[in-house]
Design a protein around this ligand. Structure first.
Ligand SMILES: Cc1ncc(COP(=O)(O)O)c(C=O)c1O
Length: 453
């Protein structure tokens, strides 16, 4: 009998709760700090930026948090997403490994980002907020938030990293179709943007500073972040929870779970529910976080308190960082160009519960083209990095002669990123160098804070 490709679930199987991995960490997590006082942040400190419901989730130690019915109703537009067995890819790679991917590209904006954009817009609207300000790298987050704001009647203002704004006009068109107002960052609309005008390609860190400034300066406007924070990672766990049920349908369980990491949210989404199972049931699952070699936060950064943005407006967070004013080279995976990572993910890497690996973009795109030719889907530039790591695992399984089960998160499609594929196929895609000297310069400017090493 032919192998089953798609493992699909009914809408009634959309998870009813999010998985809060903070409850599973050994000991209390290190708190974010108020940069002014150096003291642990109080929930009220975040009130100018976020609605209370999200602040509560940010600091919650409850193991599970209920998903509101209105959010589940919106999720039904695209969830549950399919779990796919990549049988054609397995043949192309001639590997005994069984390769599964959770495909988040079926969402309205084409990635995992609406999983958190929808609840963020919902909680803000419920607390009377009128507008959300945000940053976007590749445009995936901005378009997801634009869509979610439209669903819940909010205005949306997006600061888009300059290099992506220039390269991805159709992402901007998507945001505007869903009613958002989009600016090229650095812009001259904010102090933060004006102070960084010489960095014309922009960075996520600069765009965050601009959006935070807009939100902090207006009563009825709040800020929304597409990654890094605990509540964002929390919302993404619908991915892993669905995957567990779908793998059960397939009668398999992964030996290794792989995802790409920009700020950490899609990786958290697929990994955290399976990590909880590993910790509770003593399973031998390996977790692998994959980042670009040009922005190797987990593999080359230092573990320290640092700002989440470039200008230094956010709380200090304990994380692996390349330095908050490190401006990563303009790799095509715009969503992976971030100097830090989710503190909760960093804590798990530091504990040795999650491995990390950095991959150059040419190797990533080479793997993605093989994947597209076998499975049909053209991946977003970000998950191409995870796909290269999957190929390496599949090869290791072949060398060992073992039928290992690999699960990865195909967190978005690349239909609006075809310029990157064009560059790869015409031989113009280069591996942009990571500069140790630039990192050392940025690390010398780390803020004063207690040591966490
Ligand atoms: C498709 C896609 N994957 C991955 C990322 C990286 O973010 P995260 O690590 O939070 O999933 C982004 C960010 O914009 C993205 O658009």
């Amino acid at each position: 009998m032919a192998e089953q490709h798609k493992f699909l679930m009914d809408e009634s199987k959309i998870p009813e709760q999010w998985t809060n991995i903070a409850a599973d960490l050994p000991g209390e997590p290190l708190p974010p700090l108020n940069p002014g006082t150096g003291q642990p942040l109080a929930p009220e400190d975040l009130a100018p930026l976020f609605p209370m419901a999200l602040i509560e989730q940010e600091v919650s130690m409850d193991p599970n948090i209920e998903i509101p019915e209105e959010v589940r109703e919106a999720y039904r537009l695209w969830r549950p997403t399919p779990l796919m067995r990549a049988t054609r890819l397995e043949k192309a790679l001639d590997t005994p490994a069984h390769i599964y991917y959770k495909y988040e590209g079926v969402s309205p904006s084409g990635s995992h980002k609406p999983n958190t954009a929808v609840p963020q817009a919902f909680y803000n609207a419920k607390e009377g907020v009128k507008k959300l300000a945000t940053e976007t790298g590749a445009g995936q987050w901005g378009s997801s938030l634009a869509f979610a704001c439209e669903m819940f009647g909010l205005d949306c203002e997006v600061f888009m990293v300059g290099v992506s704004y220039d390269h991805k006009p159709y992402r901007r068109a998507m945001m505007e179709t869903w009613g958002a107002n989009v600016h090229r960052s650095p812009s001259d609309l904010t102090e933060a943007g004006r102070s960084q005008a010489e960095h014309t390609t922009g960075s996520l860190g600069i765009a965050i500073s601009e959006a935070v400034e807009v939100a902090a300066g207006s009563e009825d406007t709040k800020y929304a972040l597409g990654s890094v924070l605990n509540h964002v990672c929390l919302h993404q766990t619908v991915i892993g929870d669905e995957a567990i049920a779908q793998l059960e349908m397939a009668g398999e369980y992964p030996d290794v779970v792989i995802g790409c990491v920009g700020g950490g949210s899609n990786f958290a989404g697929i990994a955290f529910p399976l990590l909880r199972k590993k910790l509770k049931e003593g399973l031998d699952t390996r977790f692998l976080a994959v980042e670009p070699a040009a922005c190797p936060t987990l593999t080359k950064g230092v573990y320290a308190y640092d700002f989440g943005d470039t200008v230094g407006m956010t709380p200090l967070m304990p994380m692996y960082t390349l330095g908050h004013d490190f401006v990563p080279p303009p790799v095509h995976a715009g969503g992976l160009r971030y100097h830090g990572d989710a503190p909760i993910l960093c804590a798990l890497v530091k504990e040795g519960l999650i491995d990390a690996e950095a991959i150059p973009q040419t190797e990533a795109f080479e793997a993605a083209v093989t994947f597209a030719r076998a499975e049909g889907i053209i991946p977003a530039p970000e998950p191409t990095h995870a796909i290269r790591a999957v190929f390496n695992e599949a090869e290791a399984a072949k060398q060992a002669g073992e039928e290992r089960v690999i699960l990865f998160n195909l967190c978005g499609h690349g239909h609006l990123d075809l310029a990157a594929y064009q560059a790869f196929m015409s031989g113009e895609l280069e591996d942009l160098e990571f500069s140790e000297a630039e990192m050392e310069r940025a690390l010398a400017a780390l803020p004063e804070a207690p040591s966490v090493a």
